[in-house]
Design a binder for this molecule. Structure first.
Ligand code: TMP
Length: 205
């Protein structure tokens, strides 16, 4: 059986990741594929506890924060992502390892290489086949959010600027894995650009 496709969506808060991942998952489903749509942090029972702790719990150090995200990712990959891919199902996730590299590595200043190594260890090296980066000025993205801001949304503009730059730098360094799209474009144009990139990754029928 061929392994499913693994696609992650990345970008700042409010860039439209969930809208676009939902649209892509629906399109793949309409093509007759079986799709698992998921997210980080928090899409397992343990993950929900970790998400609450890392986003709304007591103050934690940057290293503790990085380890909590890595623990969530390790468990998510072990119990959801890898089993689905091995069953031949596609996995579409809102956020994955590049979020840790950008937010903890650059945003919190822990170092992009070190945080990438931590996540690669946590996931036994599992990388997406495609990462869609929805690029947006953080001032615009954060302005779109509603509800009580989490720990990261409360962090300063400077952190969010570093996060954006790090996502873009990673995308430029690995254009084989990344597709970068301007998140201010109309949602249907963004969705079509994503489908155009995904089509050649699908096995011929
Ligand atoms: P979201 O569920 O609304 O996308 O929020 C997730 C928040 O968690 C977002 O502010 C970014 C942050 N985050 C990290 O800092 N590191 C990570 O590894 C992940 C997955 C998310």
């Amino acid at each position: 059986m061929t392994r499913g496709l693994f696609i992650s969506f990345e970008g700042g808060d409010g860039a439209g990741k969930s809208t676009q991942s939902r649209a892509l998952a629906q399109w793949l489903t309409d093509l007759g594929r079986t799709v698992v749509r998921t997210f980080e942090p928090g899409d397992t029972a343990l993950g929900a506890v970790l998400r609450q702790a890392v986003q709304h719990g007591e103050e934690v150090s940057a290293r503790t924060e990085a380890l909590l995200y890595a623990a969530d990712r390790a468990h998510h990959v072990d119990t959801v992502v890898r089993p689905a891919l091995e069953r031949g199902q596609d996995v579409v996730t809102d956020r994955y390892l590049d979020s840790s590299v950008a937010y903890q590595g650059a945003g919190r200043g822990l170092g992009v290489e070190e945080v990438e190594r931590l996540s690669l260890w946590a996931t036994e090296g599992l990388l997406p086949d495609l990462t869609v980066l929805l690029d947006l000025d953080p001032a615009v993205g954060l302005g779109r959010l509603t509800g009580t801001p989490d720990r990261m949304e409360r962090a300063g503009d400077e952190l969010h600027r570093r996060v954006r730059e790090t996502f873009l730098a990673r995308a430029e360094a690995d254009s084989g894995r990344f597709l970068v799209l301007d998140a201010t474009r109309p949602a249907d144009e963004v969705a079509e650009a994503i489908r155009t990139r995904v089509r050649p990754l699908l096995p011929a029928v």
